[in-house]
Design a protein around this ligand. Structure first.
Ligand code: SF4
Length: 389
C-alpha cells in the first residue's frame, strides 16, 4: 500500500499541516517507511529515525513539507560542484532532520535537534521557491543543508516547479535511499553531489549509524542509469577514514565503477557534534589524498574547506593546462569553450556555459515569501503610477 497525495490535519495539533508521504506500507498494525534502507516500523504517533516522518492515523506523513530552516543564495562551488555551470548562483535551502546518525555531523543543529522543528519558520511553496530563484537571477535551486532524501516529496515538487521556470536542480545528499524512491527523486535532478563518507562498513556502521552498500548502489545507479551530473564529496576525518590504503581502495572503486571523469572533492573536517575531541584535517592530509586519487587515474580531484587555489582548480586531462582557476569559491580564469579545453579541444566532463557566472563568494540569506511580497507591492506601485500618468 502506498501513500496518496493528501494533506492531513494532525489531531493533537490542529494548526499543524502534515503532508501525506509516499513510499510506505503497513505490516502487523505498523506503518513501515520504504523511503530509506532503515525501513522504520512505526506505531501510531511514532516518528521515524529522521523525526520528520510520522505515523498519523495509520498513515505516514511528512511534517516538514513547505517549511524550511533557511534560504540562501550562494555559489554552485559551495555545494560543492566544480563541473556544473561554474560561477553561477544557486538558491539553496534545507528543512530539518536526517536519516543518518553521523557523529561528526557538521550541521547537527538542523539535523539532530528536535527543537529545530520549531525553527522551521520560512514557509515556501514549490512555486514560490521557483519564482524567487528566477527573480534572484539564480541558475539553479539546491536541496541541501540537511539530506533532501527525507523530504523527497517537497524536493520533487519543487524540482518540477523549477524545471517549469527553466531552472536547474541540485541534490546534495548522502545517497541513503531505496530503489523505488531513488528513481522518482533523481528523475527530477540535474546534478547531485553525493557524500561518500568512508569506504568501510565499520566506518559507516559506527560513525554514521548506516551502511555502506546502499550508498555505493546509489552512486552506481546515478552514473549508469540516470542523466544526473554526479560529483562526490569525501570528508576526511583524522584517524577514522584517512588511511592511505582505504583511500586508495575508494578511489579505485570510483574509477572502476563510475569512471575516471567523476569529480571527487576531499574536504576538511572541523571538530563538531560528538567528535569535538578529534583534530581538524590538516591541509597535508588533503594533499596526500588528492595525490592518491590522481595516481589511481581520476582526472578531476579537488580539495575543499581550505584555501588552496592550485588544488581547487580544474586541469585539462588532455594537455594539463589549467582551465578553471578557483580561489576558495571564486572563479577567476576560465579557459573553456563550451565543454572543451580552449587550448587542445579535449572534452571536459560536466555541464558548462560559454562564459562562467560571476556570483563570486557571496552568501546572501533570503526569505522567498517576503521577497515575493516586496516585488508584488513594487509592481502594484508601478502599475498605479503608470495608470495615473
Ligand atoms: S526516511 Fe526516515 S522514517 Fe523513513 S525509513 Fe528512513 S529514517 Fe525511517
Amino acid at each position: 500500500m502506498y501513500g496518496k497525495e493528501k494533506t492531513h490535519q494532525h489531531s493533537g495539533s490542529p494548526a499543524k499541516r502534515l503532508k501525506s508521504a509516499n513510499w510506505w506500507h503497513t505490516s502487523n498494525g505498523r506503518v513501515v517507511c520504504d523511503l530509506c534502507p532503515r525501513h522504520c516500523a512505526l506505531n501510531e504517533g511514532a516518528y521515524g529515525f529522521c523525526f520528520v516522518r510520522q505515523n498519523v492515523d495509520g498513515q505516514l506523513v511528512l511534517n516538514t513539507y513547505g517549511r524550511s530552516t533557511g534560504f540562501c543564495v550562494d555559489p554552485v562551488e559551495k555545494k560543492p560542484l566544480a563541473h556544473f555551470f561554474p560561477g553561477t548562483s544557486v538558491l539553496s535551502f534545507g528543512t530539518a532532520g536526517c536519516n543518518l546518525g553521523c557523529k561528526f555531523c557538521q550541521a547537527w543543529e538542523i539535523t539532530k535537534s528536535r527543537k529545530v522543528l520549531r525553527l522551521l519558520s520560512q514557509k515556501a511553496t514549490p512555486e514560490m521557491i521557483a519564482e524567487a530563484a528566477v527573480q534572484l537571477g539564480c541558475k539553479s535551486v539546491a536541496f541541501t543543508y540537511n539530506d533532501p532524501v527525507i523530504w523527497a516529496e517537497y524536493a520533487i515538487d519543487t524540482a518540477v516547479a523549477c524545471h517549469a521556470r527553466g531552472l536547474k536542480t541540485i541534490a546534495v545528499t548522502a545517497g541513503y535511499i531505496c530503489a523505488e524512491p531513488r528513481k522518482a527523486f533523481f528523475e527530477v535532478m540535474d546534478a547531485a553531489n553525493v557524500d561518500l563518507k568512508g569506504f568501510t562498513e565499520h566506518f559507516y556502521q559506527h560513525l554514521t549509524l548506516s551502511h555502506l552498500e546502499p550508498v555505493l548502489d546509489t552512486l552506481r545507479w546515478i552514473k549508469q542509469e540516470s542523466s544526473v551530473w554526479l560529483e562526490i564529496t569525501n570528508l576526511i576525518i583524522p584517524g577514522h577514514n584517512d588511511d592511505a590504503n582505504e583511500l586508495r581502495q575508494m578511489c579505485q572503486w570510483i574509477h572502476d565503477n563510475l569512471g575516471d571523469d567523476v569529480p571527487l572533492h576531499f574536504t576538511a573536517f572541523h571538530p563538531d557534534y560528538r567528535m569535538t575531541g578529534t583534530p581538524r584535517t590538516s591541509p597535508g592530509t588533503l594533499v596526500k589524498a588528492r595525490e592518491i586519487a590522481i595516481e589511481t587515474g581520476l582526472h578531476y580531484v579537488y580539495v575543499g574547506n581550505v584555501r588552496d587555489p592550485e588544488r581547487s582548480s580544474t586541469y585539462c586531462p588532455g594537455c594539463d593546462r589549467r582551465l578553471i582557476e578557483r580561489h576558495w569559491h571564486d572563479v577567476k580564469a576560465y579557459e573553456m569553450e563550451q565543454n572543451r579545453c580552449r587550448f587542445c579541444g579535449h572534452e571536459i566532463a560536466g555541464q558548462f556555459a560559454d562564459k562562467p557566472g560571476h556570483w563570486g563568494t557571496r552568501r546572501m540569506p533570503v526569505d522567498p515569501a517576503s521577497l515575493l511580497r516586496t516585488l508584488e507591492s513594487r509592481e502594484l506601485d508601478t502599475g498605479a503610477a503608470e495608470s495615473s500618468e
